[in-house]
Design a binder for this molecule. Structure first.
Ligand code: ZN
Length: 468
């Protein structure tokens, strides 16, 4: 074993190729994402290439905005009533003219791999080829085999989770079920808009939650009851997890009377910024209790400063690329939650971060020391080839592979799903190959691990193994 811990170039690449081949064709487990379920419920042909691949992709539109191209010119709907570009070909040409901005970015990688592997289009995109690429993709989109459900099957998706608010009637999921289509599309319980008092119209949303559930949400107890009822409905629609997108990971266990008082202050519009943060923090404890009762896996996505670009938010609304990551504390913030339930095997929390500095110092030690915690895949600004690699390098020492939850694509871009999973599988294969080449892991164990990471682990951690 004279090569122990040496890098070994070609040998390593051969091992990586072999390991990747073991995972490449495994079905896709997609337990967290933001695909619009209407797409699959209606199964209508997709719109033009720009409406499919540019307009909803905030990774793309924010890069162009950063170079002075307003989202309205890219067709991003405006809530101010301002006119936006509607001609797909015009939007596409604008993207192609600025394609050089995406050199070295994962957006370029995802889009090019999508053109190639989903649409069979290998002409490199650029100002001179904009129309050729557009026409080739448009022609494919007109074929029945490129309808959403056909693509879902072609992609090899075993299960796809979408994300809905407790105010959603889950009609699209109902239609999918009623149609008897074999594709499995489940929902995820995402209560932010009825929990976070900073959301526009929070009090109205809470009132609607009362209407939807026939519960008196003017009282805190009734509000908790309404949330419990919606979770039961979501579980009936296949949900196996909840998701919580908070600005911080703060948890606080308040006496019930104090939480109820905060709630009343929120309803009457008198809650301060500190009150709102405290309420969010307390609600995470409430949700942990509910998870212990009903079994939903609890996902926590902290650390985004939402709507940092206020002009963008005012003009185009949420989730259009105006959010920025911030430093996030977990060690102290999660202590109340972990003190209460961190060693309780009935609770399962999957933690994500936008703050890479926390991987080695906070997240890996936490997940490597509490039964309830798992590390979610690199998320949003970090789910890139380099980000995925850095994640393994940072967390494996302390958390190993089996305190991580497996890849989640977390995407709105339906056609990018296979590409994203393939890149994650490639990065994991390359990382494992390093261990094998350096003599730190036998090949047969690496072979088992790559298949666990790609398939078995996310299926088990997110409890999506058994169809409800
Ligand atoms: Zn998400």
């Amino acid at each position: 074993m004279h090569d122990l811990t040496f890098a070994s170039g070609e040998k390593e690449r051969d091992i990586a190729r072999d390991l990747h081949a073991l995972a490449a064709d495994l079905p896709l487990i997609c337990p967290h994402g933001h695909v619009d379920p209407r797409i699959l419920a209606d199964d209508e042909p997709f719109g033009d290439p720009a409406q499919l691949l540019v307009v909803p992709d905030h990774y793309v539109t924010r890069m162009l905005l950063s170079q002075g191209i307003p989202p309205a010119r890219l067709g991003v709907p405006a809530r101010t009533g301002e006119a936006v570009e509607t001609d797909g070909r015009t939007i596409w040409r604008l993207l192609a003219a600025n394609w050089y901005l995406f050199r070295g970015t994962p957006s370029r990688l995802w889009l090019e791999r999508t053109f190639d592997t989903v649409f069979g289009v290998r002409t490199p995109l650029g100002p001179d080829t904009a129309d050729e690429v557009y026409d080739a993709i448009a022609a494919k989109l007109a074929e029945p085999s490129f309808r959403p459900r056909a693509l879902f099957e072609k992609f090899g998706i075993e299960v796809l989770a979408t994300t809905e608010s407790p105010l959603d009637d889950l009609a699209h999921h109902g239609k999918l079920e009623a149609d008897g289509w074999k594709g499995r599309v489940i929902t995820t319980f995402r209560p932010d808009n009825v929990v976070d008092m900073d959301f526009d119209g929070w009090a109205e949303a809470v009132a609607r939650l009362g209407d939807v559930t026939g519960t008196d949400t003017t009282r805190f107890e009734g509000y908790l009851d309404a949330l419990r009822r919606r979770r039961t409905d979501f579980i009936a629609a296949g949900a196996t997890s909840s998701d919580h997108g908070h600005p911080t990971a703060l948890t606080v266990s308040l006496p019930q009377a104090e939480a109820a008082e905060l709630y009343q202050r929120g309803l009457s519009g008198r809650a301060s910024a500190a009150d709102k943060e405290l309420f969010r923090a307390h609600m995470l404890i409430e949700f942990a209790r509910m998870s212990i009762d009903d079994g939903l896996v609890m996902q926590l996505h902290p650390g985004a400063v939402r709507n940092h670009n206020r002009w963008l938010h005012a003009t185009h609304g949420r989730d259009v690329g105006g959010d920025i990551p911030q430093a996030t504390d977990y060690v102290h913030a999660l202590m109340p939650l972990l003190e209460a339930y961190g060693n309780d095997p009935r609770l399962r929390v999957v933690l994500y971060t936008l703050d890479e500095d926390t991987y080695t110092r906070e997240l890996a030690p936490l997940a490597g020391g509490y039964a309830a915690l798992y590390l979610g895949a690199p998320w949003w600004f970090l789910d890139t080839p380099d980000g995925l690699r850095r994640f393994r390098e940072a967390v494996t020492d302390t958390a190993g592979f089996y305190n991580t939850a497996g890849f989640v694509d977390d995407t709105r871009a339906f056609c990018s799903i296979p590409v994203r999973h393939d890149i994650a599988r490639r990065v994991d294969a390359a990382y494992l190959a390093t261990l094998v080449a350096q003599g730190r892991l036998p090949y047969d164990e690496a072979a088992e691990t790559i298949q666990d990471l790609a398939y078995h682990l996310p299926k088990r951690i997110f409890k999506v193994g058994v169809r409800a």
